[in-house]
Design a protein around this ligand. Structure first.
Ligand code: AMP
Length: 477
């Protein structure tokens, strides 16, 4: 028996059975380190990313410790919220909640998930029936707290998952409000991809004598990932993607962009040009996002264009290729992005399109990778459409572009399309919307006292103080 076998943990039978049914044989490194510590009731500061098994690392010991409260009563009062798991995005919340349900399925412990973009009523009904484990995104949880649907005065465990992302998004004031509703006497677990100074400050404020656990990130830059950096001007990047997809016979790929605006625009343009494409970004409704993911998982879509925030932690692995349409603002995101491909020994391709204005971002990335990156020239096919095209903004340009595309369309995609495409110029209300700054730009300013990214915080909640003032202690800004 391996030294990390789950059987060494003395998990309660219902949990051990669930783990066995999941087919897990031995613990992952984060599980081997974190589970015994959480079982002791200690606070944990964990550096681990999604994909390392961290959901089970915190869920299993939490459930084990909550088993003493397990009961089959139908009275909501017998099922108060005892564990709260906070995550930055709906998809992550949904994923974690699904896993928690699986681990808890042989117990009488109840779990529920609440996130924005969905009707509050069914969530309210579930909360009113009583749940022991509540998985939530911060904004929607505050809505439920305000509406008195969620009472958190019996919470014993809090998990701040993907904490760095929550701060990036501007959730700090929401987190602080939520934490102010919880009993002081509790166990707090914080997981973050990195321990930035902000994360350390968050931990200092809310964790007590935490055990620090770091597992090495999955080696995303493993030799199984073939990495290329091509020098491509911005207005040629779409053509670069199409050409590489065609030349390499790539069946499915992630395309990463830095902003929601760019994400939606690129997905629309690629779709118009004959690629089966869908977009995943924060402005999509929950329903649209889940549909996009499902379509990609089922292989109905070839390209999933996504922002880092929207894609982080999604349970989609082994994509044949990853394109970085934009060099990421945060070099760490490069690792997350290309970690989508070349998993489990499969070979993968990671292509980064570098435009002349990316010099600074490339320097940051080289610093992280600790080596100089070779930027290659990309030779374009002769028959690509030429000239600058102001994506999606002018109908006559679009029509011209579509004509080009019909000539240029890759046969493999042509063959795979079942529906003939409409040639009518689509009315695109997207471009009538006011400009929204990219997620990252908004994220960078929270420390400088700016308000958190608009729209992310629940409309019902007004932060009372400026963000920088919320870390009361030593801030001078
Ligand atoms: P996570 O990092 O929690 O998102 O987990 C990533 C994936 O690993 C999920 O699909 C889990 O079901 C799976 N997983 C978690 N723990 C184990 C384990 N010990 N053995 C095998 N797979 C696991």
């Amino acid at each position: 028996m391996s030294e990390n076998a789950f059987s060494h943990l003395a998990l309660a039978e219902p949990l051990a059975r669930a783990v066995a049914e999941m087919g897990y044989e031995s613990m992952t490194p984060i599980q081997a380190q974190a589970i015994p510590v959480v079982l002791q009731g200690r606070d944990v500061m964990g550096a681990a990313q999604t994909g390392t098994g961290k959901t089970a690392a915190f869920s299993l010991p939490l459930l084990q410790r909550l088993l003493k409260h397990e009961n089959a009563s139908t009275s909501p009062a017998r099922h108060p919220v005892r564990a709260l798991v906070l995550l930055p995005t709906r998809e992550l919340a949904d994923q974690v909640a699904q896993q928690v349900k699986l681990y808890a399925k042989h117990t009488n412990l109840r779990s529920a998930v609440v996130f924005g973009g969905m009707d509050m009523k069914p969530q309210t009904a579930e909360l009113k029936r009583g749940v022991e484990v509540l998985v939530a995104t911060p904004g929607r949880l505050l809505d439920h707290i305000e509406a008195k649907n969620a009472v958190l005065n019996q919470v014993e465990y809090v998990v701040l998952d993907e904490a760095d992302r929550m701060l990036d998004i501007g959730f700090l004031p929401d987190l602080q409000r939520i934490l102010s509703f919880l009993p002081k006497q509790r166990t707090t677990l914080l997981f973050s991809a990195t321990f930035s100074p902000e994360i350390k400050r968050l931990a200092n404020s809310y964790l007590q004598d935490p055990v620090t656990i770091e597992v090495s990130r999955p080696n995303a830059t493993a030799s199984t990932v073939e990495q290329h950096f091509y020098s491509v001007p911005d207005d040629e990047k779409r053509h670069a993607i199409k050409q590489i997809v065609r030349q390499r016979g790539i069946t499915q790929a992630f395309v990463f962009v830095n902003s929601k605006l760019g994400c939606a625009r690129l997905a629309r343009t690629l779709e118009r040009e004959g690629m089966k494409t869908t977009a995943l970004h924060g402005d999509k409704s929950q329903d649209e996002r889940l549909k996009a993911l499902e379509a990609f998982k089922k292989g109905e879509v070839d390209l999933l264009v996504a922002t880092d925030v929207a894609a982080r932690g999604l349970d989609i692995k082994d994509v044949p290729a990853v394109f970085n349409f934009d060099v990421p603002f945060n070099p760490e995101d490069y690792i997350h992005r290309i970690g989508r491909t070349g998993r489990a020994g499969a070979s993968g391709l990671a292509v980064t399109l570098v435009s002349p204005s990316d010099t600074r971002l490339m320097a940051d990335l080289e610093k992280l990778l600790k080596h100089k990156v070779e930027i290659e020239a990309l030779e374009f096919d002769e028959d690509r459409p030429r000239g600058r095209i102001n994506d999606g903004r002018r109908a006559w340009r679009e029509e011209e572009e579509r004509r080009e595309v019909r000539r240029d369309r890759a046969p493999s995609y042509e063959d795979r399309r079942r529906e003939p495409r409409s040639t009518a110029a689509p009315k695109d209300p997207f471009f009538d919307q006011p400009y929204q700054p990219p997620e990252r730009e908004a994220a960078a300013t929270w420390e400088a006292g700016a308000k958190p990214a608009g729209g992310r915080i629940s409309a019902n909640i007004k932060p009372k103080r400026k963000v920088a003032a919320l870390f009361k202690a030593t801030e001078t800004t």
